[in-house]
Design a protein around this ligand. Structure first.
Ligand code: LRH
Ligand code: MN
Ligand code: MN
Length: 424
């Protein structure tokens, strides 16, 4: 399925009048509209290769058909998303779910779609068919040095794949931990994990970053060895300047104040990036902004504030990735929704009157502070995001065009109604 520029042009023409009516308020009344539109054009969010097929739960999986059967088809799908929204210009690969057997050809294919390779992800939370030793009791933390070595070697192999593709970061998420009190010596598990990570860190190219992703629970339910931002921060600090903490929004205990975590990590120069998703209960991996859009906005408010305070580039200095997948939506539609939710939260955060907010804080005026934040949050910024898309050559309403073109039906026609994709 190839999306032609004429598809976008025709579609946008049909939507233009309504769009311009809504946009005119912004261009005429809001002085900051132009810089916000520019920032939105620059902002790109990486798509995880494992989210292009229907996710499942351990109770079942209901694939929708037309799903990508190979890495090439996954790249084609991300290319399609990027053509529709011009905001998904990167793909994040999970190894060995997606092994680039011919990296040069894969790189060229991605480049033809205007895509680059974001962080590569290692996988030591599952046993692979050709693997000699089992990760049942952990990987980098394991009591057996041979198993630790196998996991270290895998991570170094993933770095090699990433180098071949032009990626510049490795994300390490460990399921290591324990399910029962007494099972694990916490101090020994910490030390072993640290020394394994040190070996991986030593294999990082100079311009690379190592993202240490934490998670409070699942699949281990008593302890996780990288269980919270504190332990991730500790590992990242001990490892060195190329190591950072990665925040996956679904990996916290209920009601955690993620925006405060983000603020402090960024302030300390140790925030590496994000896995965006949303959740109501646990690591639900639901569409970003679908459950707690105010939280997403508050996170972005801290990000904008912290990035500016440190003189960082909003688009380039953090890793922006989605990590969402589930059972009931068309995965491509879901990803379009996630990207849009992230853009909306970002645009709203850029609208916050930060000078007045700081004054309200200094004056201990929580009422005024709340008004300022909610004034931005309750503003409909969709015309700004749509305008950024239009100027970047994307569809004014990517989901609208996706449905008008019957993309899923076309993909089913090309790939079949029963497709199996690799991933979660
Ligand atoms: C773990 C996680 C991690 C994995 C991905 C598949 O829950 O968030 O990022 O790599 O899911
Ligand atoms: Mn994640
Ligand atoms: Mn997760």
């Amino acid at each position: 399925m190839q999306l032609e520029p004429e598809h976008i042009a025709e579609y946008n023409q049909s939507q233009l009048e309504g769009h311009q009516r809504k946009l005119s308020y912004w261009t005429q009344e809001v002085a900051t509209a132009e810089p916000i539109i520019q920032k939105l054009i620059d902002f790109q969010i990486a798509i995880p290769s494992w989210a292009l097929g229907t996710g499942g739960t351990r109770f079942g999986r209901f694939p929708g058909g037309g799903e990508p059967r190979s890495l090439e088809e996954k790249i084609a799908d991300v290319g399609l998303l990027h053509a529709l929204n011009r905001a998904s210009g990167a793909i994040s690969l999970h190894i060995p779910w997606d092994i680039p057997t011919d990296p040069e050809a894969i790189k060229q294919l991605a480049a033809r779609h205007g895509l680059r390779f974001d962080a590569v992800n290692s996988n030591t939370f599952q046993d692979q068919p050709d693997q000699s030793l089992s990760y049942k009791f952990g990987s980098l933390q394991h009591t057996d040095p041979a198993i630790r070595q196998q996991a270290i070697d895998h991570n170094i192999e993933v770095i090699r794949h990433g180098v071949a593709l032009g990626s510049d970061a490795l994300t390490v998420w460990l399921s290591d931990g324990s399910c029962f009190p007494g099972q694990l010596n916490f101090r020994k598990a910490f030390d072993r994990t640290l020394s394994s990570l040190e070996e991986i860190y030593a294999a990082l190219p100079d311009n690379w970053k190592l993202f240490v992703e934490y998670k409070a629970f699942e699949p281990n339910f008593y302890s996780m060895t990288v269980g919270d931002w504190g332990s991730s921060f500790l590992y990242a600090n001990k490892l060195g300047p190329k190591a950072y903490t990665l925040v996956d929004l679904g990996h916290h205990l209920p009601n955690a104040n993620i925006e405060q975590i983000v603020a402090i990590l960024l302030h300390q120069g140790k925030l590496g990036g994000f896995h965006f998703n949303d959740s109501k209960y646990g690591d639900d991996d639901l569409t970003a902004g679908s459950i707690k859009p105010y939280q997403l906005f508050l996170i972005f408010t801290e990000l904008v504030d912290g990035l500016d305070a440190r003189g960082m580039n909003h688009a380039k200095d953090l890793g922006w990735m989605i990590d969402a997948s589930h059972n009931v939506k068309d995965p491509l539609e879901d990803l379009l929704q996630s990207v849009e939710a992230i853009q909306l939260a970002y645009a709203q955060a850029l609208l916050v009157d930060r000078t007045s907010l700081e004054e309200a804080r200094e004056a201990n005026d929580p009422v005024r502070a709340q008004e300022i934040l909610q004034d931005a949050f309750r503003t409909d910024v969709r015309p700004l995001v749509a305008e950024a898309r239009r100027r970047a050559g994307a569809a004014l309403n990517p989901l609208g065009l996706y449905r008008q073109l019957n993309v899923r039906q076309q993909l089913i026609g090309e790939r079949g109604a029963k497709t199996v994709t690799t991933g979660l």
